[in-house]
Ligand binder design. Structure first.
Ligand code: FES
Length: 86
């Protein structure tokens, strides 16, 4: 029951400018094409003062840093590929 799926993407200006703008588009596309929009909560966060290691994205509680679109797709697949059933 405590396994709520969530993606928290830093929307602070540094992370956003350095890649989370593209990352956000990729996440939205990923969720939409796999019909996951209803089962995974996507939200933005404010700057967490870790800009130097950004872009930062937290998925199911795990913080990923220096995220680019290539690795993001792998991360999403890893976390959510089995969640695509419903
Ligand atoms: S803008 Fe993301 S940690 Fe500062």
């Amino acid at each position: 029951m405590s396994t709520e799926k969530s993606i928290v993407i830093c929307m602070g200006s540094s992370c956003f400018a350095r890649g989370n703008k593209k990352n956000l588009a990729l996440i939205e596309d990923f969720l939409e094409t796999r019909n996951l929009s209803a089962s995974i909560r996507l939200e933005g966060s404010h700057c967490a003062s870790q800009c130097q290691s950004g872009p930062n994205i937290r998925i199911d509680g795990t913080l990923y840093q220096y995220v680019d679109t290539g690795m993001l797709l792998d991360i999403l697949e890893k976390h959510f590929s089995v969640a695509a059933k419903e």
